[in-house]
Design a protein around this ligand. Structure first.
Ligand SMILES: Cc1cc2nc3c(=O)[nH]c(=O)nc-3n(C[C@H](O)[C@H](O)[C@H](O)COP(=O)(O)OP(=O)(O)OC[C@H]3O[C@@H](n4cnc5c(N)ncnc54)[C@H](O)[C@@H]3O)c2cc1C
Length: 426
């Protein structure tokens, strides 16, 4: 039996940050990581560039999490976005801000972020136990007994930072839920978030490869298979008062449906819905323009090129294949010229561009989800310390908790901040 003050489970951003802090405070710390290397998701993230936080203040980060953001207050006070940037800069991994506010390492290398974290952890004296999964966690004689394939460990305190269930190929298969539940915690059912959305409509998959750089997307509830009586979908899960999601950004058509940042950001509404096939994605394909402005632009164009086909008018601002699909859906003949394009049809077409409805089948699930929604319920964790209110000397941090934010670096910031606060407290 080996003795430690603190055993940290999981070598992701939350675990690495927490272990470092605890060791820097003089605690004897072992970090158990099931993979041969820590921080696999850091390496994968942001297209291997790692969007590590967002250029905003602590309040901006908290607000992005909706009501759950209140829980993050103390964690963000312990480590806010600017402190994180300063920390990485001091560690030789300076950052840059990209348009839209995403923060990346200046080198564009996620590996620099991970190297900085591992260097800090080692320097503080963390014992990194790689390829050593935690198999069993039990409370015994006022301490924790941890079983791994190699040994039994006794620790006064345990920090669970095992992440969620998304991207299971990374080793995140939900072990932490099992450990937390066995110690008395309630688990809000995990569901995929930030995951692509599927559609069975042939016209959608036929648009594979088409992308729109700027669209506004919202999830709309229909009253069943005929998809009539549209109403905005209520937000599932994360508690009352969470603003219904409207997301803006790139939209990409794929062989299974739709993806791109704007789609990922609304996907938790689809995965949390009991009948996803009752949903539509309502896309505003030209959010910069009002319906009237679109109509005006067509009036100008048809005055000069009246013989142009209607799809040619529509595609002046949208990809040609998408324009053709919009015209086809409107039921107008494909060879209709701009001169023959009636006032009524124009208005209907402009409306269709502002309210382009993509039927939903479901999502690509955990396999392709960047984040897991749901997890250990926040009511059972003290947000001032990250200590369990249920099990003594147990701490929890990161994606394991019922916390999930939008695209843009928010999820890493939450993992780093909660990990840091846990490390201050253990
Ligand atoms: C493809 C992809 C891209 C992403 N891009 C971004 C991005 O650019 N910006 C952003 O903010 N977020 C991004 N995310 C989300 C972000 O990666 C996560 O929110 C974050 O990694 C959560 O950190 P964590 O420390 O809580 O958990 P994780 O990073 O999941 O770490 C948990 C660790 O625990 C280990 N573990 C699990 N079970 C055990 C066990 N039984 N014993 C020992 N170890 C165990 C796992 O192997 C893993 O290393 C992305 C996610 C994915 C999948």
């Amino acid at each position: 039996m080996e003795n430690y003050d603190v055993a940290v489970i999981g070598g992701g951003p939350a675990g690495l940050m927490g272990a470092e802090r605890a060791a820097a405070r003089g605690r004897r710390v072992v970090l158990l990581e099931k993979n041969r290397r820590p921080g696999i998701k850091i390496l994968l993230s942001g297209g291997t560039r790692c969007n590590l936080t967002h250029a905003t203040d602590a309040r901006g980060i908290a607000e992005a999490f909706g009501p759950a953001g209140r829980f993050l207050r103390s964690a963000l006070a312990a480590l806010g976005p600017q402190e994180m940037i300063d920390l990485f800069t001091a560690e030789g991994a300076p950052t840059k801000i990209e348009p839209g506010g995403k923060v990346f390492p200046a080198s564009d290398r996620a590996s620099d972020v991970l190297a900085a974290l591992v260097r800090r952890a080692k320097r503080s004296g963390v014992e990194l136990a790689l390829a050593e999964p935690l198999l069993d966690l039990a409370r015994e004689d006022g301490r924790y007994r941890l079983t791994t394939p190699r040994r039994t460990i006794s620790a006064e305190k345990v920090l669970l930072a095992t992440g969620g269930k998304s991207y299971p190929a990374c080793g995140t298969i939900g072990d932490g839920y099992r450990f937390a539940a066995a110690l008395g915690h309630t688990i809000v059912p995990p569901r995929p978030a930030l995951t692509p959305i599927t559609s069975h409509a042939e016209w959608v998959t036929a648009l594979q490869g088409v992308s729109v750089t700027d669209a506004v997307i919202e999830v709309i509830e229909t009253n069943g298979p005929d998809r009539t009586a549209l109403t905005p979908s209520p937000s599932p899960g994360t508690g009352e008062g969470r603003k219904r999601l409207k997301s803006r950004g790139a939209l990409l058509f794929t062989h299974f449906g739709v993806s791109g940042p704007a789609v990922l950001d609304v996907s938790r509404e689809v995965s949390g819905h009991e009948q996803p096939s009752d949903l539509l994605l309502r896309c505003d394909l030209l959010p910069e323009l009002t319906e009237e402005e679109i109509l005006d632009s067509w009036a100008d164009a048809s005055a000069t090129t009246g013989r142009r086909q209607v799809a040619g008018l529509v595609d002046s601002r949208l990809p040609r294949r998408l324009a053709e699909a919009i015209v086809a859906q409107s039921g107008l003949p494909g060879d209709l010229t701009a001169a023959e394009f009636s006032k009524r049809d124009r208005r209907q077409m402009a409306r269709r561009i502002k309210r382009f409805d993509v039927p939903v089948a479901g999502t690509m699930g955990f396999r392709k989800a960047e984040v897991t929604a749901g997890g250990v319920t926040l009511e059972e964790v003290d947000g001032r310390t990250m200590q369990s209110r249920v099990a003594p000397n147990l701490y929890l941090a990161g994606e394991l908790l019922d916390l999930d934010g939008p695209i843009g670096g928010y999820n890493f910031q939450a993992a780093f901040s909660t990990g840091r606060l846990a490390g201050e407290s253990v």
